[in-house]
Write a protein that binds this ligand. Structure first.
Ligand SMILES: [Fe+2]
Length: 139
């Protein structure tokens, strides 16, 4: 799994973007693991969700609708590069979390919320201000 993610990131030409891909994706993944342990969820699945959540943006350089497109991209990746690694149920959970992660104003399933909270938690550790809706997730 990490080999696939690293290969995608290593192909990013711009050094700053490549660095951001690693820092953000592995950072969010680590936050996912910690929150999963706290919430009684599967930490390995949580780590995978964090690593894959923005892979579409980093692979294509596109940010518009990256959650929806990312879930679709991962659906295909599960049939090719990452085939036979995850059960159908696990694939559904991963795709759902990626699909919903930009919609931070609504509450979805537990792994969806785990990813949103981890994304916010990680970003807050690098920024001093954040919009109110997202910051409220940490209260
Ligand atoms: Fe994202």
């Amino acid at each position: 799994m990490r080999g696939y993610v690293n290969r995608v990131f290593d192909r990013i030409e711009d050094a700053e973007t490549r660095r951001a891909a690693y820092v953000h994706s592995y950072g969010v993944s680590q936050c996912c693991v910690l929150l999963a342990l706290k919430r009684g969820l599967d930490p390995e699945l949580a780590a995978v969700i964090g690593l894959l959540h923005d892979i579409y943006s980093y692979k294509t350089g596109l940010t518009a609708l990256h959650s929806e497109n990312g879930a679709d991209m991962v659906r295909v990746v599960f049939k090719r590069d990452l085939r036979d690694l995850f059960s159908e149920d696990e694939q559904t959970i991963i795709k759902s979390a990626i699909y919903h992660h930009s919609d931070k104003g609504h509450v979805h399933d537990e792994y969806d919320e785990l990813l949103k909270d981890s994304d916010v938690l990680f970003l807050l550790s690098f920024r001093t201000s954040y919009d109110a809706i997202r910051a409220q997730r940490l209260l």
